[in-house]
Design a binder for this molecule. Sequence first.
Ligand code: NAD
Length: 465
Amino acid sequence: STSIYYKKNCKFENNHHFKRQLNMKIAIIGTGYVGLVSGICFSDFGHDVVCVDKDPRKIEMLKNGDIPIYEPGLDTLMARNVDADRLSFSLDLADVIDGAGVIFIAVGTPTRRGDGHADLTYVMAAAEEIALLARDYTVVVTKSTVPVGTNRLLEKTIRAANPSLDFDVVSNPEFLREGAAIEDFMKPDRIVLGVESNRAKEVMHNIYRPLYLRDFPIVATDLESAEIIKYASNAFLATKITFINEISALCESVGADIKQVSKGMGLDGRIGNKFLHAGPGYGGSCFPKDTTALARIGQDNGVPMQITETVIKVNEQTKKRMFDKILAICDGTLSGKTVTILGVTFKPNTDDRRDAPALTILPALISAGAKLLVVDPQGKREGEALLPGVDWVEDAYTAACGADLLVILTEWNEFRALDLKKLASSMTSPRMADLRNIYSAKDAELAGFEAYDSIGRASFGTTDG
Ligand code: NAD
């Protein structure tokens, strides 16, 4: 019996009506962070995978063995599966759809300009393309993060476009973290499947079989619950980060230390220590757009998501507070000052700068008259277009030479063990705004800095807190 593989709480049934085929042919539409990581990992499970993207530049790069995004370990894993003939890339779904019984939609769902809704243009376009091209039974799996009701709408759209097509729609939201994406995909906390037909359940079981075998939990639900699980999880994490950021402001005001507070809270098993590090506000490709979309979903359904709405507001204020801190450590003026920025990506180990706090804070510094020298191990590639008016420098020491202020915005490993004495002695006025709490007031003072500020902890030489 195959049922011995299933977790007890998994709703999959031991269904003998469908012939089990362990190796699947999978097409993935969209080769962004999610599509590419999923495609490469599925091929590593032994499936035959074709990753499709409309962007010729990306497909050209992938065919040449290059990866359009920065994600540790992905290049090696990709090469291994391309060599094994299990993984290929295509510009056109029409060329690869034959025999692909499962098609994942992993296209972007950015915030729609103007109203905060998730923009479903790409998802719907992909669904229509599938409807027109598919011939045999197809499982259409949504990996993109989509608002409640979207998968139901997708079903209707496909049925309307191709009434004779035999298909099922499955919601399979993705929880991977950029920077640790392979690990998260291969060792997930859970796999969520909104799946309502036994036939599609069987197919999804085969796809994730290597993970079932290793007892990773499966949560099988209806379509709507799967959609909400994704938004609720991200909104909850954004809330946790925002909560600790707000507590950090209180720490500054009363002379407490946020690191000790986080530790003391995080050791409580009910709270947990993850997402409890105070910083310059959350950013990235998911939390800002997903919290905004959840707020819209709540409004549309007459159930305002008041906590999420507040989180969005407080996160904006947090980024503004970072600007105020920087101003305060520069005696209230940035005009004519040279500021070295360490890190622009929203977190380390990714080249993603979508909605990074840097995109709010840096333009504000430029408007206030500062000249910016920026160092980021991966952020320059896309950052050049997004952050006009800054100078990119290769390393922290060169960038700090002659500067008036050093701002640490992203905690890349290479910024964690800088020679602070060397930095301070080369700066015109050695001041540091450490917005990731990598160093301490004591470290800075010993190294010869005149002023140091961080988040929710002791500072000196600043008029802030
Ligand atoms: P992305 O913007 O990096 O990539 C999307 C890709 O889809 C692009 O390369 C685009 O060219 C391609 N595309 C769009 N329409 C297409 C079409 N019709 N045919 C072929 N290709 C098409 O997006 P991403 O960051 O990978 O996110 C994808 C989805 O996954 C989003 O809904 C996101 O919310 C969700 N998600 C992202 C993450 C993350 O860490 N980035 C994590 C979990 C979930």
